[in-house]
Design a protein around this ligand. Structure first.
Ligand SMILES: [Zn+2]
Length: 406
């Protein structure tokens, strides 16, 4: 690609990105909503608070250290790894795949100490009581085989297009990645293991009612059985259009949470569907994938195009570095959608007490720091802090009290 072409492409991408973000940004949360001040010591038990903060501080620093090691290791691989391409007789794409898998394998090994440290810390705090070290290693090893599959597919697409289009492979590659993302988002509900229909009739009726109030067709509610591995409570919305489902972990239904709290969870997950968050996620993904692939194509320029296997280590480093750099932006978008789901759930259940109790319980059972430091929140938090979620429930209460009653 020539310089003028790069400049034009960059301008088109910036303009398209701004337009897309402008379309995807608005939410149902009132623009003038102010979260009231709230002292966390008045909401949470001080001993509990200290325990959660102590627990999470270690995990934050451990994750940050592992991120730095990832960048150093892949940086070194990008610098030296191209030499290995000469030794291979596997053809261009085959050699590219070997280099991709080698890079992932090296990365995988360097991450073992951080994973073990995290498990050791969780076990010390009874937050992972049923997971043994060998079991963890085995699951971690399985995750590598899945990652090998993904990287081979990604390299097949990228290097395949690069054989035809050279440095312009990203123009065809990015739309294919977005298409695969849609396919994955659509089929995901069928990939959830150990799930069954929810049987609680009262909760099922509530879920139907919530969907109707949010203006959508009823969403099937499934229970995922995870209590053999963890005590942590969780739930999520998955699928799009005809595959839409809400999944509730059975740890939410073991009696520790009141029905009001589970209803709040249901209303929140249904709101992810009624506000089309999965489709919006596709939109945001596209806004990152298109410029991301363009930047990866630029990054490999000095070593050739991705037609040649020796550029794969640089491309891998560029991909991981860009992903880490984009994480804080992704998290801002994620937290924005989560806030909208909370707000819509409050409008649906009209139950700020249930919400407040739920978030307080989450803090307790997940050992979550209700107000983590700003740097950790920016890097790692996909949801608003529990303190902010409680503050939103209070903001909703204050607004509803100010509303004229019919
Ligand atoms: Zn959510």
């Amino acid at each position: 690609m020539r310089r003028l072409e790069h400049v034009v492409a960059a301008l088109v991408l910036v303009a398209g990105g701004a337009l897309g973000a402008w379309a995807l940004w608005p939410t149902k949360v009132p623009g003038d909503l102010r979260l009231p001040p709230l002292d966390e010591r008045a909401v949470f038990d001080p001993a509990q608070l200290r325990k959660a903060q102590h627990f999470e501080t270690f995990l934050h620093w451990n994750s940050l250290a592992s991120m730095v090691v990832v960048l150093i290791v892949l940086g070194l691989y990008a610098w030296r790894g191209h030499r290995l391409a000469r030794e291979s007789a596997a053809g261009r794409i085959g050699t590219g795949m070997l280099l991709g898998m080698l890079g992932l394998g090296i990365l995988w090994i360097t991450q073992i100490p951080f994973g073990l440290a995290e498990l050791w810390w969780a076990r010390r705090h009874d937050a992972a009581d049923d997971v043994g070290y060998l079991e963890w290693l085995f699951t971690y090893w399985l995750s590598l085989t899945v990652e090998f599959g993904f990287i081979c597919l990604a390299l097949l697409i990228v290097m395949g297009f690069a054989q035809l289009l050279r440095g312009r492979w990203w123009v065809a590659g990015a739309p294919v990645f977005v298409g695969l993302y849609v396919l994955f988002a659509y089929t995901f509900p069928w990939l959830v293991p150990d799930d069954r229909p929810m049987r609680d009739q009262a909760l099922l009726t509530a879920a139907r009612e919530f969907a109707r109030e949010q203006g959508i067709e009823p969403i099937p509610v499934r229970v995922e059985e995870v209590s053999a591995y963890t005590d942590s409570p969780n739930a999520f919305a998955a699928g799009m259009d005809s595959s839409r489902k809400v999944f509730i972990w059975d740890t939410l239904l073991d009696g520790r949470f009141a029905d009001d709290e589970v209803r709040m969870v249901l209303a929140h997950e249904i709101a992810h569907h009624s506000r089309e968050h999965i489709w919006k996620g596709v939109g945001w993904y596209a806004l990152f994938a298109v410029p991301g692939t363009f930047l990866i194509a630029l990054a490999t320029r000095r070593r050739g195009t991705l037609r040649e296997a020796q550029t794969v280590p640089v491309a891998l480093f560029a991909f991981v570095a860009l992903s880490i750099a984009a994480q804080p932006i992704f998290n801002v978008i994620g937290r924005r959608m989560e806030s909208e789901a909370d707000w819509v759930a409050l409008e649906t259940t009209e139950d700020p007490n249930g919400a407040r109790q739920l978030f307080a319980h989450f803090t307790e059972f997940a050992l979550a720091d209700p107000s983590p430091p700003a740097w950790a929140s920016a890097l790692f938090d996909t949801h608003p802090s529990m303190l902010d979620r409680i503050r939103m429930a209070e903001a909703w209460r204050a607004r509803s009290e100010g509303r004229p009653h019919p």
